[in-house]
Design a binder for this molecule. Structure first.
Ligand code: UD1
Length: 418
């Protein structure tokens, strides 16, 4: 199994081109199931998850391909009406296939995704809304079986009891070809959801977003159009936090600060300086990192849960009883025991982590546990004296395109070992 070795301390100095957004790419690639024709979708990051989704779609019978950073669709027609356990268990986001697939085909089954290391991650919000659209849902032998009798799905007027990115994407996709006008309230409005909507509208859908309400006027058909996915705000935020933690200087290209407004404000309060170079290029530096007081993760536009672990790591040497509260996932602190291996002084009570300053951190052998938690280990390794070995780096390869090459180019002493 591959590992990553980092010699610390190490500072980021240089330029990084931000890749396309993973969390926007996955639903956009899936949404092509809804439409006729062919298209090129550009700026797709070449990651384990995007390559894996291409194999799921191929397994369903779609004529799709992945060339460099372009997802090519020659035909989105499905031959097999089942997304199998072997695929779904490896990538939870595959549950979002269900909405578009059942809106196009009368029967579709998909393996139950199950929990993962950051929580139970139920799919009740997805299934309740699909049931309301006239779909009969049953669960048998570990599969969700969805069936419908009518030619089209019913439109839906629905308030999600909880905000969910995946459920919002799944149901809005199902509603694009439904009869009549659907209204979804209490939706996730993350930039990745909006990017999916922009793509669908380009293909002929009629979807409007106002505050947390999404209105979808069903159309008869969609036709695929070429598209370019937005930059990855979480990748960008991760490199910015690494810059702050190591008192570095970094220019990010292909970056959109509007997708990260609130986190950037917090980081500026912590000492980050930002200089605009051009519309999509910004320079960051931080000479003195100040302690964070308290922050809670929230749905967009709040502080993203996907940047929680990296924020904690960046504070290990500056915090003063700093508190980070995780509100989105029930168990998203699995990086804490790993960060303690560097000597970090962290305590957890319920949903709150308290960080106390540790002046000396030392390299350690650690284990990557989920995509974003893994990047917190890279940050800690760069702040520590000596050698760090990170195991199970497939988590990093799921979410950070060429992370080792990008960091190496910025002077970080990092290497991948087979
Ligand atoms: C997406 C992102 C992930 C991010 C998360 C929150 C992708 C591929 N992944 O995950 O990186 O961390 O949004 O911003 O885009 N929930 C239920 N019932 C449901 C669905 C969700 O209880 O039916 C709960 C979850 O367990 C969690 C919360 O709702 O506690 C939010 O989850 P959700 O927004 O659905 O996350 P994902 O779409 O899985």
């Amino acid at each position: 199994m591959q590992t990553v070795v980092i010699q610390g301390p190490s500072t980021i100095k240089g330029q990084i081109n931000i890749s396309g957004s993973k969390n926007a790419s996955l639903p956009i690639m899936i949404s092509t199931l809804l439409a006729e024709g062919n298209c090129f979708i550009n700026n797709i990051p070449n990651l384990r998850d995007t390559r894996f989704l291409v194999s799921i779609l191929k397994d369903l019978g779609c004529r799709v391909d992945f060339q460099k950073n372009t997802f090519v669709v020659k035909s989105s027609a499905i031959k097999k009406k089942s997304a199998d356990y072997e695929y779904v268990r490896q990538m939870r986001a595959s549950i979002v296939i269900l909405g578009p697939a059942i809106s196009k085909y009368k029967k579709f089954k998909i393996a139950l995704p199950g929990g993962c290391s950051i929580g139970t991650r139920a799919i009740d919000l997805h299934l309740d809304a699909l049931t309301k659209m006239g779909i009969k849902i049953s669960i048998k032998n570990g599969y969700v079986i969805a069936e419908r009798k009518k030619n089209n799905l019913n439109s839906i007027n629905h308030k999600f009891p909880k905000i969910s990115v995946g459920a919002t994407q799944n149901i809005l996709m199902a509603a694009t070809l439904a009869d009549g006008i659907s209204k979804l309230k209490n939706c996730a409005i993350e930039p990745e959801v909006v990017d999916l909507i922009n793509f669908l509208n380009k293909c002929g859908a009629n979807i409007k977003v106002k505050n947390r309400t999404i209105t979808i006027k069903g159309v008869d058909e969609l036709n695929l159009e070429d598209y370019k996915v937005i930059p990855d705000r979480i990748e960008a935020g991760s490199y910015i936090l690494a810059t702050m933690a190591t008192k570095g200087r970094l220019r990010l290209n292909n970056f959109n600060p509007n997708d990260l407004t609130f986190p950037l404000k917090i980081y500026q309060d912590m000492g980050l300086k930002i200089k605009k170079i051009s519309q999509s290029s910004y320079e960051f530096n931080c000479k003195r990192l100040k302690p964070l007081k308290k922050i809670s993760t929230r749905e967009f536009p709040g502080y993203p849960t996907d940047l929680q672990a990296q924020l904690i790591a960046s504070q290990l040497k500056s915090a003063q009883k700093s508190k980070v509260i995780e509100n989105i996932f029930e168990n998203r602190f699995i990086h804490i025991p790993e960060l303690r291996r560097f000597g970090a002084n962290l305590s957890i009570i319920g949903k709150t982590v308290t960080i106390n300053k540790t002046l000396n951190l030392f390299g350690a052998e650690v284990m990557a546990t989920d995509i974003r938690a893994s990047f917190s280990l890279i940050i800690a390794a760069m702040m520590s004296k000596g050698t760090t070995v990170i195991n199970r780096i497939y988590h990093l390869d799921r979410g950070y395109e060429d992370f080792d090459l990008k960091l190496k180019k910025c002077g970080v002493n990092i290497s991948r070992k087979k």
